[in-house]
Write a protein that binds this ligand. Structure first.
Ligand code: ADP
Length: 577
């Protein structure tokens, strides 16, 4: 049976029992101290061969982690740490002759030079240079650390200097005697062991009253070193060793073993200092919570990452869409710009076309003042020839001729203004004025003028914001269409009525003729481009008028009049007071 190997081997030759020992003295000193223990165990347990393995802090922890030892003898601080980390378990506590009880066996002495009158208590060490063994050293630092903290002194912040000089503790004593440090921290009872001439130069700060404790201590007392088993140590072996230890007589140095002490005070020390097994307390609640609630923390982190990814993606999409939109808007603006140019061209052409349609009568119109001028000139010539030329006659003829020339120039000026090509503008104007100007332009171009009546129901109250030329273009177009519709009527019956009225913030301009009117089905197509019933018509006038009116925020519509023949075109525009 292969697994029985060790037992068989044990019966053949003793099984080695490895005892890990935290070393703080040199090997020789250690051996002399612990040899009686080894001898006792070897005698009490003939089947076993106990071996002492001296290890420093780090190596001891490694040995426990790797289970390369069966037992551990170490100081209370190291024991509590290994107990919490690896579950080692004490089976006995050292009992020395010096200590009144194993529960009150260890303390620390804070030493200063005896001649330092300025240093009386532990509190006097603020801003002083202090020497200690190491941050991990139980008696060589940590016990005193607790006392300093309780006085409100943080050794790491409030000392001018904190030197960790390492083992042996002699180094700390040397630092103080040689003046490299103002104070030193050593295990209690070390001071009592140093040669008297050196000792005389030293003094223990804030010595406490600890009944029966034979050494001076600046700190409270803690339990002595324990011996502990590892989780893997066989229980029978543990029991045998425990029994043997309790039965061990005191060594010549007065060292024996007793039942395991309570190490709660050591736990308290570490908890207060937030160090060793309790160092997680110092790492803050967040970290501690993270360690304790890692699944929730993990989920939170996952959610956070998901949220970040989502946000970044949304942001990216928004940017992409915004860019697309901006591009679409730019394109739209460009198209609108091109449309506006085209619209202006169409409107211009439309104005020219009105003029073209009216040009036959226009020639006649211009002809009239020219004929009058000719007549006056003729009469002047006749008078000269007959010798009847008076100053008064010359004056009268000249005034008439000037008047006629002015009339012709006026007609041409208005036409030129109307035919001008230019970009759209907005001006605030009184609507009745605009209507009258359009009527003058219209009738100026006609020889056979219809009766045009303008009724201003707004009483010039309120303005419109329009392109005056476009406004006139609309009115002119409606007048011309009305006139076209009355071609069959005798010229005396051709009438055009323009009515302006205000309804709230809306101006309503109605242009009525008394012509042939329009069939209701044709009315639906009236504003469509190229709808015309005239043989030479273009069918663009009304559609352009509707576009102009809408561009000014209004509407153009056609209705049959309430009574009588003809058609009424009405357009609206917003009024600005
Ligand atoms: P065009 O005058 O070149 O035909 P318009 O767009 O100005 O183009 O008019 C379109 C059509 O609407 C006209 O052909 C005509 O049939 C009809 N129309 C316009 N005004 C009137 C009106 N006052 N009375 C009757 N019909 C009209």
């Amino acid at each position: 049976m292969v697994f029985a190997g060790p037992i068989l081997a044990a019966s053949a030759e003793p099984r080695t029992v490895r005892i890990g020992l935290l070393a703080f003295l040199d090997t020789e000193a250690m051996n002399s101290q612990w040899t009686p223990l080894l001898d006792h165990l070897a005698a009490a347990l003939p089947d076993y061969k106990p071996v002492l393995v001296q290890l420093d802090h780090a190596a001891l922890r490694e040995a426990v982690a790797g289970q390369s030892v069966d037992f551990v003898i170490t100081n209370p601080g190291s024991y509590v740490a290994l107990e919490m980390e690896f579950g080692i378990s004490r089976i006995a506590t050292l009992d020395t002759a010096q200590a009144p009880s194993p529960m009150r066996a260890l303390g620390s002495a804070v030493i200063v030079r005896a001649d330092r009158q300025d240093l009386r208590t532990l509190a006097d060490l603020a801003d002083k240079r202090v020497s200690a063994v190491g941050e991990d050293a139980f008696g060589g630092f940590q016990l005193a650390w607790r006392e300093f903290m309780q006085l409100g002194l943080d050794p790491f912040a409030d000392f001018a200097q904190l030197d960790f000089v390492g083992l042996p503790m002699r180094k700390v004593i040397d630092a103080v005697t040689q003046g490299r440090a103002d104070a030193g921290i050593v295990r209690a009872c070390i001071v009592e062991d140093i040669p008297p001439q050196i000792r005389a130069g030293l003094r223990v700060l804030s010595p406490r009253v600890e009944p029966d404790f034979p050494c001076q201590t600046s700190t409270r007392l803690y339990p002595d070193w324990p011996i502990a088993t590892l989780r893997a140590t066989p229980p029978t072996l543990a029991k045998s060793v425990a029994t043997a230890l309790l039965a061990m007589p005191a060594t010549p140095q007065g060292m024996s073993w007793t039942v395991p002490a309570d190490y709660q005070s050591v736990h308290e020390l570490f908890r207060e200092l937030q160090t060793g097994p309790y160092s997680y307390l110092k790492e803050g609640t967040l970290r501690a919570a993270a360690v304790r609630y890692w699944p929730a923390v993990l989920m939170l982190a996952a959610l956070l990452i998901a949220w970040i990814i989502y946000t970044v993606r949304v942001e990216y999409l928004v940017q992409a869409r915004t860019a697309e939109l901006r591009q679409a808007l730019d394109e739209r603006k460009a198209i609108e710009g091109r449309m506006r140019v085209h619209q202006e061209q169409v409107e211009h052409l439309s104005r020219l076309s009105i003029l073209g349609e009216l040009s036959g009568t226009l020639a006649h119109e211009i002809n009239q003042p020219l004929a009058s001028i000719g007549n006056y000139a003729q009469s002047l010539v006749l008078r000269v020839d007959s010798g009847r030329l008076t100053d008064a006659a010359v004056r009268e003829a000249s005034v008439e001729m000037a008047g006629q020339a002015e009339r012709a120039a006026g007609i041409l000026g208005r036409i030129r203004g109307f035919a001008r090509k230019r970009a759209s503008v907005r001006e605030r104007r009184v609507p009745a004025d605009l209507v009258r100007e359009a009527v003058v332009l219209f009738s100026g171009m006609l020889s056979n003028r219809p009766e045009i009546r303008v009724v201003d129901g707004t009483a010039a109250n309120g303005m419109v914001e329009v392109d005056p030329l476009q406004f006139q273009q609309v009115v002119l177009n409606l007048l011309k269409n009305g006139l076209d519709a009355m071609q069959d009527l005798p010229s005396g019956e051709r009438r055009l009525h323009i009515a302006l009225e205000r309804e709230g913030d809306t101006l309503r301009v109605a242009v009525r003729d008394f012509g042939h009117g329009l069939a209701p089905e044709a009315r639906d197509h009236l504003f469509e481009p190229f709808f015309t019933t005239k043989p030479d018509g273009l069918g663009l006038g009304l559609s352009i008028c509707a576009t102009i009116v809408e561009a000014h925020g209004g509407r153009l519509s056609a209705q049959a009049p309430a009574e009588g023949a003809g058609l009424v075109f009405t357009f609206t525009l917003p009024i600005h007071d």
